[in-house]
Design a protein around this ligand. Structure first.
Ligand SMILES: [Zn+2]
Ligand SMILES: [Zn+2]
Length: 238
């Protein structure tokens, strides 16, 4: 599998940046995980929209779904309909995703499991202000897990157990935790990386108000494996 970072900011982009969007590719199969603002433009640098086999949304916050509201125009122009998997909560947001013949919308539930091409997809609900599902993708003995947005939730440890790559949100810094934010600090992300025994930990969902080196400083000596601060348009092998 190959992962390309199409957006790694939240809850709004930095100058020239984009919010959550991640392309997973394996042979001819292409899956877009989340579709925040700026993601469609970056996706087009890599592949055509109609090449996508599916879009999976971790949750329905705008920084994870905004570009789905423009991506639909090109799909409907081209007469291509693609499957979109999303939590159906909040109901009004879920209903808003429907558009003519662009999307085939399916609700995500805790124990839902299905295949897209050779890829096996499963989910785990993780604590956030909106219903949010972590997404696990497995193929040929390789395991990739993406958290979506989450605050402290030990369910991630079992769900991401022994993953080759865990793409984990790190939206805030330790000093923000006193305000009980709905996000993980970089240090908490490292803790879960260790407890899950993942081989490579990729941090994402960086708040633009911080410099990346502030996240780096928090993670020094915190994680036992290979730690990566994701970079826009960078590709990582899984
Ligand atoms: Zn977010
Ligand atoms: Zn969120």
């Amino acid at each position: 599998m190959k992962l390309t970072i199409l957006g790694n900011n939240g809850p709004y982009p930095s100058a020239g940046g984009a919010c959550s969007g991640y392309l997973i590719e394996h042979e001819d199969t292409k899956i877009l995980l989340d579709c925040g603002n700026g993601v469609m433009s970056n996706l087009l640098k890599v592949c055509d929209v109609e090449a996508l086999d599916a879009v999976i949304l971790s949750h329905l916050h705008p920084d994870h779904i905004s570009d789905l509201f423009v991506l639909r125009y090109t799909l409907s122009e081209k007469g291509r309909k693609i499957p979109v998997y999303a939590p159906n909560n909040p109901k009004e947001e879920y209903e808003r995703l429907h558009y003519k013949n662009a999307y085939d919308i399916h609700p995500i539930e805790e124990h839902l499991q299905f295949n897209i091409g050779p890829l096996s997809i499963s989910f785990c609900e993780l604590q956030h202000v909106l219903q949010n599902f972590g997404i696990c993708i497995e193929v040929e003995g390789k395991k990739f897990v993406y958290t979506g947005d989450m605050q402290y939730d030990e369910k991630i440890v079992d769900f991401a157990k022994d993953a080759h790559v865990l793409l984990i949100e790190s939206g805030v810094l330790e000093r923000d935790l006193q305000n009980n934010p709905p996000h993980l600090s970089a240090r908490q992300a490292c803790k879960f990386g260790n407890e899950s025994n993942v081989k490579k930990l990729l941090l994402t969902h960086f708040h633009p108000k911080y410099r990346i080196d502030e996240f780096i400083i928090e993670t020094i000596n915190q994680y036992d494996g290979l730690l990566v601060m994701t970079q826009l348009m960078q590709t990582y092998k899984i």
